[in-house]
Design a protein around this ligand. Structure first.
Ligand SMILES: Nc1ncnc2c1ncn2[C@@H]1O[C@H](COP(=O)(O)OP(=O)(O)OP(=O)(O)O)[C@@H](O)[C@H]1O
Ligand SMILES: O=P(O)(O)OC[C@H]1O[C@H](OP(=O)(O)OP(=O)(O)O)[C@H](O)[C@@H]1O
Length: 201
């Protein structure tokens, strides 16, 4: 039995579409039918449905053998886990966004404190970071911050909150991670899953 921790948010929809595309029906049929359950069991796989940023925690603790979460989440956390492969979904990118009239960004609100600090260090500019958990766009809309550092996919959230992308930064995608111990003790099962998840030409 392999246990896989998954992001229960937007990425889950992308994961299900990917499973459909790969014709992995034994997984997508169970995941498609969930409403509010957080533990899903199939014949040989158990899924834990958790917040994206908690996926690495379940994997590091060894409660999950594998996990799927965004590269944005992994960047923010230093975890003792194995990074196994990039997955072809969950595409978006980091961006610094602000109202069009803003010329400097001394105060930045974000869920991504490490990424933001590293970016401002890399351009040698001081920054005050206001850490938030969500609805980050609001901070710039109501001028609590000069800019936000967030992830952008369609750009709709920025547009609908009167913000514009000022600097387009790193691409983000989903990643498969493994518990270090399980990677050895359950290697054959994990390799079989990696093969199933590899895109078929
Ligand atoms: N708009 C988006 N477009 C593409 N990928 C996204 C988007 N928002 C989030 N993601 C990806 O999905 C991952 C999980 O984010 P999301 O906020 O959907 O999940 P969650 O925290 O598990 O769910 P929720 O907040 O709904 O409980 C993010 O780390 C990111 O990699
Ligand atoms: O470019 P778009 O397609 O509009 O997507 C970007 C939005 O998606 C994410 O938010 P999420 O839905 O996870 O909400 P939250 O961060 O406010 O929790 C991100 O933080 C942006 O707000």
């Amino acid at each position: 039995m392999i246990t896989i921790a998954l992001s229960k948010g937007r990425q889950l929809e992308d994961f299900i579409s990917f499973l459909r595309q790969q014709k992995l029906s034994q997984w997508y049929t169970s995941l498609e039918s969930i409403s509010r359950e957080l533990l899903i069991e199939t014949e040989d796989t158990r899924f834990l449905l958790v917040k994206g940023e908690d996926v690495p925690v379940y994997v590091e603790e060894g409660v999950a053998d594998l996990g799927i979460t965004g590269s944005d989440v992994l960047y923010e956390q230093s975890r003792e886990i194995n990074n196994l492969m990039d997955l072809p979904f969950g595409y978006c990118h980091f961006a610094l966004a602000a109202k069009s009239e803003k010329e400097a960004y001394p105060i930045v609100a974000t869920k991504y404190v490490k990424y933001t600090q590293d970016y401002f260090d890399s351009i040698r500019q001081p920054v005050k970071i206001i850490p938030l958990k969500g609805s980050v766009e609001l901070a710039a809309t109501i001028d609590m911050a000069d800019a936000i550092m967030d992830i952008v996919q369609t750009g709709t959230t920025l547009r609908e909150n009167g913000l514009e992308e000022q600097v387009c930064l790193d691409n983000i995608n989903a990643r498969l991670i493994a518990n270090k111990h399980a990677f050895f003790s359950k290697n054959a099962e994990i390799q079989a899953i990696i093969n199933q998840l590899k895109e078929r030409g």
